[in-house]
Design a protein. Structure first.
Length: 81
């Protein structure tokens, strides 16, 4: 299991963990997502195979709802949703 897969499973198991926006960006880039950061307080994740855009506040700590939405977005991209 790769480090990205381990991080995804850790997010899935513990959405209340101390996750940082850098963790999201690492996973997103490894899965081919587009990460848009324009100097604001939010980061937008998108993927060519989905019409969904996920916006996540970049401040810490990232709330569990955003971690769950990110995992759901990953599952959608992978066709598991």
């Amino acid at each position: 299991m790769s480090s990205v897969e381990k991080k995804i499973e850790a997010m899935r198991a513990n959405p209340k963990g101390d996750w940082q926006i850098g963790d999201f960006e690492t996973v997103a880039r490894a899965l081919g997502m587009v990460v848009r950061k324009r100097g604001g307080s939010h980061v937008v994740f998108s993927h060519a195979s989905s019409r969904t855009r996920l916006t996540v506040p970049a401040r810490r700590p990232i709330k569990p709802i955003y971690v769950r939405e990110f995992i759901q977005f990953i599952d959608e991209i992978r066709g598991q949703a």
